[in-house]
Design a protein around this ligand. Sequence first.
Ligand code: FAD
Length: 341
Amino acid sequence: MTETKKISRRELVKQGGLALSVLALPFPLTAFSNFNDMTDNKNFDVIIVGGSYAGLSAAMALGRALRNVLIIDSGLPCNRQTPHSHNFITQDGEKPSVIAEKAKKEVLKYDTVKFLTDLAVSGTKTDKGFEIVTQSGKLFSAKKLIFATGLKDKMLKIDGFSECWGITVIHCPYCHGYEVKHQKTGILANGYAAFHLARLIRNWTKDLTVFTNGKSELTQEQSDEIKRHNISIVEKEISSLKHKNGVVEEIIFSDNSTFELEAIYSRPPFEQHCKIPELLGCELTEQGLIKVDAFQKTTVDNIFACGDSTNPVRAVSYAVSTGNNTGVFLNNAMTEEDFLE
Ligand SMILES: Cc1cc2nc3c(=O)[nH]c(=O)nc-3n(C[C@H](O)[C@H](O)[C@H](O)COP(=O)(O)OP(=O)(O)OC[C@H]3O[C@@H](n4cnc5c(N)ncnc54)[C@H](O)[C@@H]3O)c2cc1C
């Protein structure tokens, strides 16, 4: 890979004038580590599909372990609409994209790691490992795969919901609860999820109302417990959220009545962002997460997974931690295999 990098630099310098502009770039190493279709080898030790927090963290461990790694990323992390990310030390309050850019810059300092902005559209098992084809028609091969492809949250069919998502419609009190503490807050959920959220969010604000958006599916016991803590339950159907640039102002119900509030907690359903693991035979859990063991191995040999796609704890710190573990566990497995050869 070092030889490949030299050619890549020489090629760039040859294209007259570029040498100086590269020197002027703030992160020249980043530019050199983007995958170059003309000069870079298309055969890797590991392909990581998904290059957000989990994927970059796995690449850091593998790149430093001298593994040739390709990261393929389509640039759609689940938190892209949230203005500030919280509860991750050293990065508390930072823009999500800034955290990812910093990480990318650090990871791409290693000439063992290449990054391609593209969508992986198919994966095939071969004699030597796997092949991945991308939307732009590129084909890559690798001995091992890591999926760090995250989850896709399925927005509720309520006008304004998706616009407020991650801004004032929030999924997690640990990520955003402090910023809306003591505010007039709604819980948009039904059944046990509503009960669980009411109990949890009461820690951040006592001004709480549960909106079940239709007939309540809470048990009598759960309803009684919620009401005992002065939390009302509203069963009316919601037609839209009135908001300004994602800042919610009121809930508008189907009967045209309204309810003013400042924040809403909701946990919409999700699906795997990428279907390739399932198509390659990786089993999912009942919750729809990729099933992994304690070493982040999926149920298919030589395929690993990490981050949100594998775990109900959705947090940048967790994605970074499971990603890095995956890199370490996978490298350990590869060193053992090499030793036995
Ligand atoms: C609205 C919102 C706000 C949040 N706020 C916080 C917060 O404040 N603090 C916190 O700690 N956590 C927060 N989280 C959780 C945090 O964002 C996630 O835990 C974290 O992003 C998971 O990282 P990941 O790398 O596993 O997945 P993601 O960050 O979702 O990244 C997955 C990547 O894989 C790529 N991808 C998917 N399929 C393919 C494919 N086929 N080919 C190529 N690339 C592909 C995607 O484009 C994406 O870049 C928030 C989540 C949401 C939804």
